[in-house]
Design a protein around this ligand. Structure first.
Ligand SMILES: [Zn+2]
Length: 323
């Protein structure tokens, strides 16, 4: 029988799904659960669903909450990790939601809240990279682009705990409008949203792609996996747009290398997961091209092997660090 409080639960809170994982002290994953977020029902309903998803994962492992030492959540937005409040999460339409307090009341277990990209970076740092690099930069490309930093072996939040917003480094001053209000942010050029927007515009302008054969002319329900299929079938339009996104990502990596000179730059998120084979080599080549001489020497630019589990592993690491 397991002793009391031997396990940690990591929570990946996304705009569409909640994913939870139970981990032992060595952070070996022992079970998971998944549920839709249903953000439109409001934050109280979502917190109820997070609690349910934590309980489901724990039950799946034939454990009880008494055996859980802590819960760590990666939330998609600005977070105050000290109070555990989600300050602002546009995907969830949350503002000043006291997530830690509300969830601790429901579960009776200590809860820690972190920004999802910071949590994922810590998860990759401690579990995948065994805490070996002293300095690490993480870039996550999905609907948006987020980042996380580890400096001198510790998570780096900066003076206002907002550091690591790699998605909003400006790469084209006359580029497309970004959600943050600026023009030409990395996120506005290379996120899945930006890629989909370019494909829609090209199709509207009459350019040919097999995506319209696959999904119809309105490209309803377009996913990252469809982009991979199109590239592998030799689709020139999608291939060009993906190559362009990979080049922008390479330039962003070069900027990070020039400023931070980390041992490792790790890439993750849904787009990288689906298109690693198509994008990573271009990202590495472009990054080395743009970095200052000597800067990229010995720097590893890798895609995380944790894939979809980076968020829950990160949550568990956040919980374990707090215990
Ligand atoms: Zn921006």
């Amino acid at each position: 029988m397991a002793e009391a409080g031997e396990y940690f639960v990591g929570v990946d809170l996304g705009g569409t799904k909640i994913y939870t994982g139970v981990f032992d002290r060595a952070l070996k994953m022992v079970g998971t659960a998944r549920i839709s977020t249903k953000a439109q029902r409001g934050h109280e309903a979502v917190i109820e669903r997070i609690a349910r998803c934590v309980e489901d994962a724990v039950d799946e492992c034939d454990l009880s909450l008494k055996q859980v030492k802590g819960v760590g959540i990666g939330a998609p937005g600005a977070v105050d990790p000290v109070s555990g409040t989600v300050l602002f999460a546009p995907n969830l339409e949350w503002k000043d939601v006291p997530l830690k307090k509300a969830l601790e009341k429901k579960l009776g277990v200590p809860v820690r809240v972190e920004n999802d990209c910071n949590a994922a970076t810590l998860g990759i740092f401690e579990v995948e990279l065994k805490s070996k690099p002293r300095n690490l930069a993480g870039i996550y490309i999905g609907t948006g682009i987020g980042g996380g930093l580890v400096i001198n072996g510790e998570p780096y939040g900066g003076s206002n705990r907002t550091a690591g917003e790699v998605g909003h480094m400006v790469l084209e001053i006359n580029g497309p409008k970004c959600g943050c209000g600026n023009n030409g942010c990395f996120e506005a050029l290379a996120s899945r949203t930006a890629i989909f927007r370019k494909i829609h515009a090209a199709v509207k302008a009459g350019q040919k792609t097999i995506l319209t054969d696959m999904l119809g002319t309105d490209l309803a329900d377009l996913r990252s996996g469809d982009l991979r299929k199109a590239v592998r079938r030799g689709d020139k339009l999608v291939d060009r747009i993906i190559e362009e996104a990979a080049e922008y990502t390479g330039i962003a990596v070069a900027n990070l290398m020039n400023i931070l000179n980390p041992e490792v730059v790790v890439l993750g998120g849904g787009l990288i997961e689906a298109l690693e084979d198509e994008m990573l080599a271009i990202i590495i080549e472009t990054a080395k091209d743009y970095a200052m001489p000597g800067t990229s020497k010995g720097v590893d630019i890798i895609a995380t092997s944790l894939a979809d589990n980076a968020g829950i592993v990160g949550g568990a690491v956040v919980a374990r660090r707090a215990s």
